[in-house]
Design a protein around this ligand. Structure first.
Ligand code: DAH
Length: 357
């Protein structure tokens, strides 16, 4: 009898002291296993008289059940504690502040690049690019600016120190050299749009030494002024997001086109701001013309077989006009207040069908 009490007390205390599942299992085996102490007591029942067995049987069974229950309870406790410890370890601190709100904005010049590319992309033009540091051939000579020609002087060119035997390299003064690079490499038909930075030694409220242009070039059989006029008039209306706007083409001179023109778009200036698509005034927005036969020949294209038109426009001024920015200089001051005010959400890609701005 006292055996039962001693074994129970010892077993319960060992169960309580078991610090982990492995230790608890050792206790279980030592008490309830085949060779365990409780099992040992149970085996003695076989050698008892019927009366003894009647008395001891229920007691031993109850002992066995209490020990088994204690093992199960301790096991559940240990498992809960292990889970708690694991959860505490893997905790996320939900009180941490979220990521700060994105503050960046797309510069209006980049927005206008995207808008122009969307409009001409819709007409089947592909974007092409060229280097900012150009040689004399691509920036001038191949574009039909002969050496010593006065048109070179109007470009206020930044020159690099000359290398032996070769004319000095330049910071490109316009995006037109990319016309040459593409025509030298690609057989017609060609339909490209060239956004890029250009450089001239000039600095006041409307001129910065680095500014942005978009160039366009179309070369194919049977291209004429009508294609140029239709394409650029459509562009003007789409860009200024108006249903109607008259355009006019004034004769002009560029060495690389013949005939050459500047395109104006109808506008109204009567209440201070410029409104495109109404009124009796004109706003000059780009230069254009039919590609000069000399330029085609310089690139190995036969002018009797292929013709084309080209155009070029200043993007900084177009952005000023469209988005009402009065001064060019803050464009390049990287003032976050200015960018927040005039900038665009970078993920809203302009498209002709979905809206430009
Ligand atoms: N390259 C000229 C400039 O920077 C702009 C230009 C005018 C480009 C007429 C053209 C064009 O392709 O046909 O002033």
């Amino acid at each position: 009898m006292s055996d039962i009490e001693t074994i129970e007390a010892e077993a319960l205390s060992a169960i309580k002291d078991a610090g982990n599942l492995a230790a608890l299992d050792e206790v279980r085996v030592a008490e309830l296993g085949k060779k365990g102490r409780v099992s040992g007591l149970m085996k003695q029942l076989g050698g008892m008289s019927a009366e003894e067995r009647q008395e001891m049987g229920p007691k031993l069974n109850a002992l066995k059940n209490r020990v088994a229950d204690a093992v199960a309870a301790r096991k559940a406790d240990l498992e809960d504690a292990a889970l708690e410890a694991q959860l505490a370890n893997e905790t996320l601190d939900l009180s941490l502040p979220p990521k700060p709100e994105a503050r960046g904005a797309l510069h209006p010049v980049m927005q206008v690049f995207e808008e122009i590319a969307a409009i001409f992309g819709d007409m089947g033009f592909a974007v092409a690019e060229g280097p900012d540091i150009e040689d004399d051939w691509h920036n001038f000579t191949a574009l039909n600016f002969p050496e010593g020609h006065p048109a070179r002087e109007t470009h206020d060119t930044f020159f690099f120190h000359p290398q032996e035997g070769a004319p000095a390299k330049v910071l490109r003064t316009h995006t037109s050299p990319v016309q040459i690079r593409v025509m030298e490499e690609t057989p017609p038909p060609i339909r490209i749009l060239v956004p890029g930075r250009v450089y001239r030694n000039d600095w006041d409220a409307t001129h910065t030494p680095m500014f942005h242009q978009v160039e366009g070039l179309v070369i194919d059989k049977g291209i004429h002024m009508g294609h140029l006029k239709g394409c650029l008039s459509d562009f003007a209306r789409e860009f200024f997001e108006v249903d109607k706007a008259a355009t006019r083409f004034r004769p002009h001179f560029f060495p690389f086109t013949e005939p050459s023109a500047e395109m104006d778009v109808q506008c109204d200036r009567s209440d201070g701001a410029v409104k495109v698509g109404e009124g009796k005034d004109w706003l000059e927005i780009l230069g254009c013309g039919m590609v000069h036969p000399n330029v085609l020949r310089n690139c190995g294209i036969d002018p009797d077989e292929y013709q084309g038109f080209a155009f070029g426009m200043g993007v900084d001024r177009l952005a000023m006009l469209k988005y009402g920015m009065p001064d060019l200089r803050p464009y390049f001051e990287a003032d976050p207040e200015w960018t927040r005010h005039y900038g665009f959400a970078p993920w809203l890609t302009p498209s002709v069908s979905g809206g430009l701005s």
